[in-house]
Design a protein around this ligand. Structure first.
Ligand code: UDP
Length: 318
């Protein structure tokens, strides 16, 4: 297939590009670099099956020649208010990437008769009242809450995707992505893993927000990409959760990072960064198992070991 990936210079977009290139596809990458990095795709520059356009997907997008699939991964995604690349500091761009960007990608997919896959998110469940979260749970999101620019843009994007599927018969897919980590994460994006792993490798105390009792479930990027590719190859049009169902508190997560890195500086507790920090999050992956025969294989310790060398290099430690 000849596949357009928006957000190709991002953490997930770049890994997805690698995997689909290895699978024999041709990739057209697109990114405006407001949160993605040229470093993430530098290794693809000489690959004859990879081409790249520096574009903002919230404007009209044109791609010459045939397009068989459009994978929309462009969006700021970090909820940390302190991060320059987080959606708190890019609120309008975030809404435009989710709303106008999805519209442009769907329009392109429709006119070229291409498949479309939307990168959606566990954030559409908001601060969930149902645990773990199955795809049938409609969510608990405040439309004017501090996370709304991301959550509501992605919710709109899902609605628009289903509208194009139901009304225009576009061959669509929706993946709801849960917390993911691995090499090529932005060390400065303020999320739990980059913050805590960076602190641990520098021998600093780990900053846990609130009391650390809030939970998350962390998926290694290779597992996640493998699930997304299976969804692309499937004929499933309804949303599918992809994530790791092993749930832990953020305090346990921080302790694991200190243990694996041998950091002796301990943990400090800071004010919870926002009143809307979801308290619990874990994917119900029953549908992914049944429909895609997919489940994650890399546990947290192994995933950390595979992520650490990238962080050490970025920090000038190796
Ligand atoms: N967190 C933390 N310390 C940090 C960064 C994040 O305790 O230095 C917590 C954060 O409050 C949240 C969890 O880790 O409860 C996961 O945050 P992340 O930013 O990775 O993404 P989220 O899952 O909230 O979308």
């Amino acid at each position: 297939m000849r596949i357009l990936i928006t957000g190709a210079a991002g953490f997930l977009g770049s890994h997805l590009s690698d995997t689909l290139l290895a699978d024999g596809h041709e990739i057209i990458g697109m990114d405006n670099f407001i949160t993605g990095s040229p470093d993430n795709i530098a290794h693809l520059a000489s690959n004859k099956n990879f081409s790249f356009y520096e574009r903002d997907v919230s404007n009209y997008i044109f791609v010459p020649d045939k397009v068989d699939a459009v994978l929309h991964f462009a969006s700021p995604a970090s909820p940390n208010p302190q991060s320059k690349s987080g959606y708190f500091n890019l609120p309008i761009q975030t809404m435009k990437a989710g709303a106008l960007g999805t519209h442009n990608c769907l329009g392109l997919a429709k006119v070229r008769n291409a498949k479309f896959l939307l990168a959606s998110t566990s954030e559409i469940y908001g601060d969930p009242e149902v645990h773990p979260q199955p795809e049938t749970y409609a969510g608990n999101v405040d439309p004017i809450g501090t996370r709304a620019v991301y959550d509501e843009a992605k919710r709109f994007a899902e609605s628009l995707t289903m509208a194009y599927h139901r009304f225009h018969n576009v061959n669509t897919r929706i993946v709801r992505i849960f917390n993911t980590y691995g090499p090529r994460m932005d060390l400065e994006d303020g999320r739990a893993l980059p913050n805590l792993l960076k602190q641990a490798l520098l021998g600093q105390p780990l900053t846990v927000y609130g009391d650390g009792a809030q939970t998350r479930s962390f998926c290694f990027v290779d597992d996640l990409v493998n699930g997304i590719v299976k969804l692309l190859y499937s004929e499933e049009h309804l949303p599918v959760n992809i994530g790791n169902p092993v749930e832990m508190t953020i305090l346990q997560f921080a302790e694991t990072i200190n243990r694996i890195t041998g950091n002796k500086a301990g943990i400090i507790f800071e004010d919870s960064r926002s009143a809307r920090d979801p308290q619990r999050r874990r994917p119900d992956i029953t549908r992914a198992k049944q429909i895609l025969d997919w489940e994650p294989k890399v546990d947290l310790e192994e995933g950390l070991r595979r992520t650490i060398p990238f962080f050490q290099k970025k920090l000038g430690l190796a």
